[in-house]
Design a protein around this ligand. Structure first.
Ligand code: SF4
Ligand code: SF4
Length: 236
């Protein structure tokens, strides 16, 4: 099956691409295009061309990771296309084939899998307060650092039930519900996808000279999460 056929199998692709006339309205309203070196109009044109070589380049590129999935393009396209949905399908194929490891933004999929993916799978939450480690999130500032260091007291003060039994914000999700979540991951292919992201990332980490399984790829994760080649933003 070629890449275009793989994309067509995704229901989001079918909904997202009807017929693009290359007008550029999506690019004009796209918030990501204002900031990143990114042009949804060009992306849709590439996919619509069915050129396998160019689609493969796209799947390996930074481009498909810039979209913020805000769906502004869905409401504005005069042809009823949704570039944001096409991008979801592209990301899916990029993960399935391991092409995501070929770009700086794509490699960050491992960090997202390890935090958001594993949180949902193990705890029932996307993000937890302990994930926002101050040294990895300097943008959060000194107040966050203080909250992070005093989280038990601070969350209790605002009425949350951090990791506690019973009701309340940030409560521990009952095991029965976690089992249901895991079942959903299993039947939808989510667990298999998480595993693939690990495997492809492991190979890439070895290729890039990072330590093996012994450190659980921690050096690699820190590297992919904190490096920035400075080429992503649009030159204003
Ligand atoms: S707005 Fe619609 S028709 Fe125009 S370039 Fe974007 S996807 Fe194509
Ligand atoms: S969904 Fe993606 S491509 Fe569409 S407007 Fe939002 S950021 Fe741009």
């Amino acid at each position: 099956m070629n890449l275009y056929q793989k994309l067509k199998k995704d229901v989001r692709f079918e909904e997202g691409l009807k017929s693009c006339m290359n007008c550029g309205v999506c690019t004009a309203i796209c918030p990501a295009a204002e900031f990143y070196d990114y042009d949804p109009r060009m992306l849709v044109a590439t996919v619509q061309s069915k050129n396998e070589e160019k689609i493969e380049d796209l799947l390996k590129s930074e481009t498909i990771w810039y979209c913020g999935e805000c769906m502004s393009c869905k409401t504005r396209c005069p042809r009823g296309n949704t570039p944001g949905l096409i991008i979801m399908a592209l990301r899916n194929v990029s993960q399935e084939l391991g092409f995501f490891t070929e770009s700086e933004k794509g490699r960050q999929q491992l960090a997202i899998k390890r935090v958001i993916g594993e949180n949902i799978f193990n705890k029932g939450y996307c993000v937890l307060p302990e994930n926002l480690i101050p040294e990895l999130h300097p943008e959060q500032g000194p107040v966050w650092e203080w909250i992070f260091e005093n989280k038990t007291e601070v969350y209790a003060r605002v009425g949350a039930n951090l990791h506690g039994d019973g009701p309340g914000a940030l409560r521990k999700i009952p095991q029965e519900s976690i089992e249901e979540i895991r079942k959903i991951f299993e039947v939808t292919g989510g667990s298999e996808r998480l595993e693939k992201i690990e495997q492809f990332s492991q190979s890439k980490a070895e290729e890039m000279g990072f330590g093996g399984k012994s450190d659980n790829l921690q050096d690699y994760i820190t590297y992919i999460y904190t490096t920035n080649n400075g080429q992503h933003s649009r030159n204003l």
